[in-house]
Design a protein around this ligand. Structure first.
Ligand code: HEC
Ligand code: HEC
Ligand code: HEC
Length: 108
């Protein structure tokens, strides 16, 4: 009985703590990474609001990005190939994924 309660508490905490303490702000989308082995780089955070101020929804949805959190298999390879974020984050429309820029998307 106690064990079940304890396990339940741990599951609940594990779900709440990352939401509360991630550096994502209200309206940001914190990506959930599925691939293992790259935990040293924190998952990317997408500031939706900053983008919505500058672009109409249809610029991204669904031409570049499907309108559902977690539905886009975004990787750095795809970004460097000019897909997803890389359609704009190419050093022309917006800052490129150079070494100094990692923490702008992967906020520690
Ligand atoms: C610069 C690109 C861009 C623009 C412009 C943009 N979005 Fe998004 N949107 C995204 C990204 C990236 C995601 C997250 C997708 C993911 O998690 O795979 C997203 C996710 C969403 C979601 C899903 C949220 C969820 O919790 O499932 C909705 C709804 C959405 N956008 C609506 C809008 C609306 C409405 C507008 C215009 C007011 C807009 N978006 C403009 C890039 C954009
Ligand atoms: C324009 C935003 C952006 C920049 C800049 C950026 N990334 Fe990413 N990165 C993403 C997104 C979005 C994903 C997919 C979600 C995730 O796994 O965090 C991703 C995924 C990753 C992954 C997961 C594995 C993979 O290969 O996809 C690693 C590791 C990573 N990035 C490292 C870096 C490093 C190192 C830099 C700097 C050289 C960097 N990123 C710059 C947006 C960015
Ligand atoms: C339609 C074009 C477009 C797409 C697609 C796009 N961005 Fe951006 N993004 C911009 C522009 C333009 C800016 C502001 C100019 C700059 O800072 O270079 C920006 C700024 C940002 C910033 C800095 C925001 C700030 O607080 O100053 C981050 C972080 C970012 N983008 C992440 C992403 C990630 C992650 C993705 C993919 C999931 C993405 N963007 C997709 C155009 C885009």
């Amino acid at each position: 009985m106690m064990r079940a309660a304890l396990r339940f508490a741990i599951v609940v905490l594990a779900a709440i703590v990352p939401l509360r303490y991630s550096s994502a702000e209200v309206g940001d989308i914190a990506f959930v990474r599925k691939a293992a082995g790259t935990e040293d780089v924190p998952p990317a955070i997408f500031p939706h609001f900053v983008h919505r101020m500058q672009f109409k929804c249809h610029v991204c949805h669904d031409a570049i990005i499907v309108m559902k959190a977690g539905a886009n298999p975004i990787t750095m390879d795809a970004i460097q190939d000019g897909k997803y974020c890389g359609v704009c984050h190419n050093g022309k429309t917006a800052f490129q994924a150079t070494f100094e820029a990692c923490p702008r998307c992967h906020r520690p």
